[in-house]
Design a protein around this ligand. Sequence first.
Ligand SMILES: Cc1ncc(COP(=O)(O)O)c(C=O)c1O
Length: 379
Amino acid sequence: MTLNANQLNFSGGPGALPESVLQQLQAAMLCVPEVGLSILGISHRSQWFAQIVKELEDNIRLLMGLPESTRVLMMQGGATQQFSMLPMNLLRNGQSADYIHSGYWSGKAIHEAEKSGQLNVAWSGKTVQFGRLPSDAELNLSKEAAYFHYISNETVEGLQFHRVPGREDVPRVCDMSSDLLSAPGEFNRYAMIYAHAQKNIGPAGVTLVILRDDFMQRMPEDLPGFINYHAQADAHSIYNTPPVFAIYSVLLVTRWLRDEMGGLHHVAKRNQLKADCLYQVLDDHADFYRGRAAVADRSNMNVVFNLPDAEIEQAFLKAAHEAGFSGLNGHRSIGGIRASIYNGLEVAAAEQLADFMQTFRKRYKTATPQTTGLSPAYA
Ligand SMILES: Cc1ncc(COP(=O)(O)O)c(C=O)c1O
């Protein structure tokens, strides 16, 4: 199978989108058939756009198995706006919230929430260099918390919760920016889920917010509209001019998940195949490819690893680039290598990368330490 450059894009975000969605978007740039206009020039007040929003809400509920009463909002400002405005809504009255500090992005969420009120960090991975996630026994959760916040998939470190942590008597809030719609889950156990689109769901510009009505009723109604969940929900995602193009793109991805993939169970199997083939290389050659995350907490979305030293990592990235792969550099905060294998990426792309990794390692193993700069231990 010959893959094009978009199909070999392992970027951490924005991530690769399915080819069939890109083709529909290409056509929509010039003309959306039902309207006869470019997607970039269609009014957000049109009948057509109201239907797009309605179908998108329905598709999300269908794919995630959510009841009709759950609010599905499309908002702007990214995940950052959500982890900033949630504490503005719920912590200003002196209440406290529980947070898990499992990596880079939960650190950012904590930093923002501290500006609004009191936090209890229920567990921090700082002492283990964010190399693993906590067990339930390690979580210091409080019964009185206004909510409990965690990130299901730490995009930078490649750590993913494979269970739902937290107490059932405290509203659970989760940032699923890098794994929403990549697998089925127990989504009804959450008071709120948010995820920006630019990993698994679409382009940057829109953030999905899934909000249980009883949780929304705890939010104040007198905040300025842009940080007011009631105002956003009442306006059905059209509080001000929304990103029509991004929302339409997300709709196409949900149609692809529903019709071409056959639902989240099927896309999860495909994602698992991709993760398995890359982790297999890490496991088979642990002397050369050093996985960053503890095996039990490995992410099915971001495969993060190091090579023996920074020089070899640079050589790996250069050779990967020459072989047609892109987006493999680790996050700027930790370096190393990160292969992001979001929904849009084909299994064949992950297999091709796994082959490349095998070949690259062999080349280094057979080369002399002097010419490669490789330390004798790996020669
Ligand atoms: C898990 C997670 N949360 C939050 C963010 C920040 O998202 P945004 O840039 O949309 O504000 C990111 C960014 O990649 C992320 O991966």
